[in-house]
Ligand binder design. Sequence first.
Ligand code: SAH
Length: 348
Amino acid sequence: MSGKVFELTGLLRDEVESLVEQMDQPRYRGRQLFRWVQARRARELAAMTDLSLAFRKTLEATVTISRPEVAHAQQASDGTRKFLLRLADAEEIESVLIPDDDRLTACISTQVGCPLACRFCLTGLMGIRRNLTAAEVVGEVLTLQDQLEPDTRISNVVLMGMGEPLLNFAEVERALRILCDEQGAGFSPRRITLSTAGHVPGIKKLAASDVGVNLAVSLSATTDAVRDQIMPINKRWPIAVLLEACRAYPLPNRRRLTFEYVMLDGVNDSADDARRLVPLLRGIRCKVNLIPFNATADLPDRPSPRDRVEAFQQILCDAHLTATIRESRGRDISAACGMLRTEKDREG
Ligand code: SAH
């Protein structure tokens, strides 16, 4: 393995154990090393004082521990914090920390930009630059955790930042396994939610995987004519095909799918839309999360008036669907849903 560099942040515990075995060390040394990187968030081998100097020397030649760097940080009036993170190749992503009464949610990115070009999302205007590696996705969470006081812990992770996670399935799945390892950050999969624009092959792969995180699906329309317009991915996997995959998605006891629905004035927010949604979702254990549209000058749509959002919600509730309205967080620093776009892109 001489000359070969392993990025530790993106290795599963099992892989770290095998790696140290190849260095004639017992496997438990690998667990120690994994714990140093993932649970204690060490950034230097020098800090790992319970590993012998000779072993650390060997490691020095073989492994790196890299992290996205905070290039810029902003705090919103509601306490939401947005971070511009710089990756090793100088590409940039945004990640958000959202404090709530009893939780602290990290909203993380899975791609630099996004290829899906949803009409209501700023990230879509960037186009896709590249996928993140598992090390970068895990590194986002570790870097965000490092920004917090020692007694404050990220409680939830949502893959709702920049990018379509299911277009980067292998690296995202690997990152989730690392984050959920009880010897590492130790997140319960129940506290992690992956949100997709409706990439059906990815939903099927996730259904077959055992990572066990929650799934949210951005539906945002009740007819293919409208969904084709606002979410071009619908032309590939239309509503019926998408909901078929959702219906087949295996859910553990007491868990539900989430359908996200961005409320766009005069586009998808009518009483007829709400009434159409009911039979579409029949037979799927789910809840609906209505998202007030975060408008900006660069996007064509306007937000639905609040009373229309509430009327929409009422129709769903009357039909015995659980429907909540997402309170937008961090809007004043463009940290809210669909507002993540890096400065570089803005400057063009
Ligand atoms: N690609 C994934 C995850 C990123 S988007 C997905 O599409 O689900 C995360 C959520 O933000 C999605 O539900 C999306 O519909 C919503 N969203 C995007 N742009 C928005 C905007 N301008 N205002 C409100 N919500 C938006």
